[in-house]
Write a protein that binds this ligand. Structure first.
Ligand SMILES: [Zn+2]
Length: 239
């Protein structure tokens, strides 16, 4: 009987340790500083390389995808999700939300969600407005869809520089706890820049998270609301 109990206890311990090994450890940014990475405009031929670099460096990110590109590369939508990264929306055709009604935005984002749901079994929680443009119609649409809106704190200007060293020098000096960093997974030079940027961010002691992981430390999140960083004065009580 005792032997049987011991066996059960051992089995339970093994199962628990296995479960824990699978579980992602994300610390409160007051315990260890954190930033979120974000990649807009994909998926593209470069997305898999970005995923691989994130995995190699124990980093994660949110990919704000354009609907027409998800339609072209549905496997990459799944690959982003399956690798522990987050799928976010960036409208169907990189649309300017300030030129659309709330109803049109809802329909536009639902087209995107159909692909995300088909590929991942879940829907996206975060919207990145193209050009960072948001207004009342976007707020209303996101409230109706129970989505949050994220812009950014640090712009890498990667699409403009297309030079790994310049991208590095833009991002690294601006690193700060709670920041959301903007990249685009649509350029080879961004991939090249990540080869030095990711190890450097980690070496400086930061956790590199998805937008949703970073923002989960806020005391409250409201749908239809626009956030650009994790405000360290508005954190939930320490667990
Ligand atoms: Zn964009």
């Amino acid at each position: 009987m005792i032997r049987k109990l011991l066996c059960c206890a051992l089995l339970l311990a093994l199962l628990c340790s296995g479960a824990l090994a699978e579980e992602r450890v994300v610390l409160d940014p007051r315990v260890q500083p954190a930033v979120a990475l974000s990649f807009d405009d994909g998926p593209s031929e470069f997305t898999q390389q970005v995923i691989d670099l994130l995995t190699e460096n124990d980093c994660r990110a949110t990919f704000f995808m354009v609907g027409t590109n998800m339609d072209l590369y549905p496997d990459l939508v799944k690959a982003v999700y399956d690798s522990g990264n987050e799928v976010g929306l960036h409208t169907w055709r990189h649309n300017d939300l300030n030129e659309m009604s709330a109803d049109a935005i809802v329909r536009n984002l639902q087209l995107c969600q159909n692909i995300v749901l088909a590929q991942t079994g879940a829907t996206a929680k975060w919207l990145r407005p193209p050009y960072g443009r948001v207004g009342p119609s976007a707020y209303g649409a996101c409230m109706a869809l129970e989505m949050y809106i994220a812009t950014w704190t640090i712009d890498s200007w990667d699409w403009k520089y297309q030079n790994a060293e310049k991208i590095y020098n833009e991002v690294i000096p601006q690193l700060a706890n709670g920041a959301i960093i903007l990249f685009h997974d649509t350029h080879a030079t961004t991939v090249e820049a990540l080869r030095t940027i990711l190890p450097e961010i980690k070496a400086r002691g930061y956790q590199v998270l998805t937008v949703d992981e970073l923002m989960s430390f806020r005391e409250s999140l409201r749908s239809g609301t626009h956030y650009y960083h994790l405000d360290l004065n508005k954190l939930a009580p320490l667990q």
